[in-house]
Design a protein around this ligand. Structure first.
Ligand code: NAI
Length: 270
């Protein structure tokens, strides 16, 4: 059911790789709620991905941009403002990748070049998207910028490896830039800490199925799906959350506040 929450709003959505991507679901919901937006992803992801299908469904232009390159991000905002006819109201950062995780390096044997790459792709890119937006004055007052995070930023999940540091930096940037952008232009910056979700990035983490099931059993409401994440993010893009900023917002069925659940106790007894 649509509520016209984003009627007349313009935005930029990054990170839609395929139908499983959280960003893919957010794009479809944003369209349903009346927004117009551009889509972006790394040039390499476009060759593998099915983003054209999504662009068609949303009537959106695709603007390739490697989120680690400031000049690509500058082109992304400039072209988006041309296509959309003015400044944007929302920006989604849905970007994450760790070469160390992807190549199965253990936490005691990290490749530091790759570590820096994990940080650059998954965290600094959030700062770059904010800094370029500020310099180009590309976001309207009370605009909303959302990044996607995971609770491994706050608690240890061994297989999450250097992505845990990347997410900690991402959440910290939301606070620091949220303060600055709030003062300057009343722009809001938040991260949403989402349940484990079966996507390309998610299932790339070792032991994913086990911690997906564990999180599901630990959460009184069960894991939040990608569609439910999209609903939540739409609310953050909307005018209903105009004073929400500098937060890391858990969207996890209650996982982050649970110590243990009956289901886990039951499992331990078996
Ligand atoms: P996904 O694999 O569909 O999306 C990750 C995206 O990052 C892809 O579209 C990929 O092309 C893009 N990307 C990678 N390097 C890039 C670069 N240099 N420039 C621009 N884009 C680049 O997976 P998912 O799960 O939808 O991931 C989206 C976000 O959600 C990520 O930040 C991820 O860490 C976060 N998240 C995912 C969870 C999960 O369990 N799947 C749980 C909590 C957060």
């Amino acid at each position: 059911m649509a509520y016209n929450l984003l009627q007349g709003k313009k935005g930029i959505i990054s990170g839609a790789l395929d139908e499983k991507s959280i960003a893919w679901k957010i794009a479809l919901k944003a369209k349903e709620e009346g927004a117009t937006f551009t889509l972006t992803n790394a040039p390499i992801a476009m060759r593998m991905g099915q983003i054209n299908k999504l662009a068609e469904a949303c009537g959106a232009e695709i603007i390739p941009a490697d989120a680690t390159l400031v000049e690509d991000i500058e082109k992304l905002y400039t072209r988006s403002m041309e296509v959309l006819g003015g400044k944007v109201d929302f920006v989604l950062h849905s970007i994450g990748m760790s070469p160390n995780v992807r190549k199965g390096r253990s936490y005691g044997d990290l490749n530091y070049e790759w570590f820096l790459k994990s940080l650059d792709i998954s965290a600094l890119s959030f700062h770059k998207m904010l800094q370029v937006a500020e310099k180009l004055d590309a976001i309207n007052e009370y605009g909303s910028v959302v990044g996607l995070s995971y609770i491994a930023s706050q608690r240890t999940f061994p297989d999450y490896s250097d992505m845990a540091q990347a997410k900690a930096v991402l959440e910290s940037i939301a606070r620091s830039y949220g303060y600055r952008y709030g003062k300057l232009k009343k722009v809001r910056v938040n991260t949403v800490s989402q349940s484990p979700t079966k996507t390309t990035a998610g299932t790339g983490v070792g032991g994913f199925d086990a911690f997906f099931d564990y999180a599901d059993k630990m959460s009184p409401l069960g894991n939040a799906s990608a569609e439910e994440c999209a609903d939540y993010v739409i609310s953050l893009f909307s005018d209903l959350t105009r004073k929400v900023t500098m937060q890391n917002l858990y969207h996890d069925g209650g996982f982050s506040s649970s110590g243990i659940s009956e289901e886990i106790v039951e499992k331990m007894r078996q």
